[in-house]
Design a protein around this ligand. Structure first.
Ligand SMILES: *[C@@H]1O[C@H](CO)[C@@H](O)[C@H](O)[C@H]1NC(C)=O
Length: 315
């Protein structure tokens, strides 16, 4: 069992208490139903995308492989937080062990970090497709795709582990109440008994710079793609905007809450705990909607699939 020892008096914290949401019984039931439906939507919607991309050979292209990987990552990201959030809602005493808390935090950051790199990879894919159409398939070869996916996982793990290695060495000697639905580095650091200001800076700098930097990088690359298209012929602009608007929407939805949480420290307010809900429950549920509703290929593939199922049964 991992225990965080306090160097001075040897007292330990072996579990944390998640304060979660305080409210009336009715509010909690309504939230429980809402989150359960959202979670169901996340699982069904994202698994549907993965299934469609694997099953339909017309979707065997870098863009859809990356999209399927994003869906896979979204399922993982919300599965580390949302089920526990739902079951905790009706519990009076929401205890989480020290190990579970650290595990949850590491998973959140590993998958969050992977998500950042996947979003960059998707922007790069669109850049290659729109700005270098003749070389698209050589730039985004299966090998490049595979490398991008591997890079996303490696980056996520390194990102999580660097912060974990700081936090695991902090002394926790008493305070163990986390005013949130889930564990996260900034929240855990606040409970440490040493002067945690420096550590807080390390974690905020790591996650904060990473998210803000990536956000502006992505916005700049999408702007660059649009300007390139617009210079070439203004007729193509609306077409490119049609394709890119889904990507840009997802980027904004994912990053705004992240930036709020990590750059804008709200040590006394609980705004960031609600911000997290957006990233773990709302964005992953919206991703499939955003990508499928606006996407002709996916719509056609869905029709093909339903025809095939229909035929299998009746032909
Ligand atoms: C992720 O991308 C890889 C490489 O492009 C692809 O082979 C794989 O099927 C994708 N994973 C999922 C879950 O779709």
């Amino acid at each position: 069992m991992i225990k965080a020892m306090d160097g001075l008096n040897g007292s330990v914290v072996s579990e944390f208490v998640l304060l979660g949401l305080s409210g009336s019984w009715e509010t909690k039931v309504i939230l429980m139903i809402t989150f359960s439906l959202l979670y169901l939507g996340i699982i069904l919607g994202n698994l549907f995308i993965i299934f469609l991309v694997i099953a339909d050979s017309h979707l065997h292209s870098p863009m859809y492989f990356l999209l399927a990987n994003l869906s896979f990552n979204d399922v993982g990201l919300s599965s580390t937080t949302v089920p526990r959030m739902i079951t905790d809602l009706l519990k009076e005493h929401k205890v989480i062990s020290f190990q579970s808390c650290m595990t949850q935090t590491c998973f959140i950051h590993a998958m969050g970090g992977a998500e950042l790199v996947l979003l960059i990879a998707m922007a790069f894919d669109r850049y290659a497709a729109i700005c270098k159409p003749l070389h698209y398939l050589t730039i985004m070869s299966p090998k490049t795709c595979f490398l991008l996916i591997v890079t996303s996982w490696v980056t996520g793990v390194i990102h999580a582990m660097t912060q974990f290695s700081f936090v695991i060495n902090l002394p926790f000697c008493g305070p163990n109440k986390i005013d949130s639905f889930c564990c996260d580095f900034p929240r855990i650091i606040q409970l440490a008994c040493s002067d945690a200001a420096n550590f807080e800076f390390v974690v905020t700098a790591n996650s904060g710079i990473l998210t803000t930097g990536t956000f502006f990088l992505l916005l700049l690359s999408y702007a660059f793609i649009l300007i390139t298209v617009w210079k070439r012929s203004s007729g193509d602009l609306s077409k490119a905007l049609g394709t890119l608007s889904a990507h840009i929407t997802v980027v904004i939805l994912f990053f705004i809450p992240c930036i709020f949480v990590y750059i804008w420290p709200f040590p006394t307010s609980s705004v960031d705990k609600y911000m997290f809900i957006v990233d773990f429950a709302i964005t992953p549920a919206l991703n499939p909607v955003i990508y499928t509703l606006r996407n002709k290929d996916i719509k056609i593939a869905t029709q093909r699939l339903s025809k095939r199922c229909h035929c299998d049964r009746f032909c």
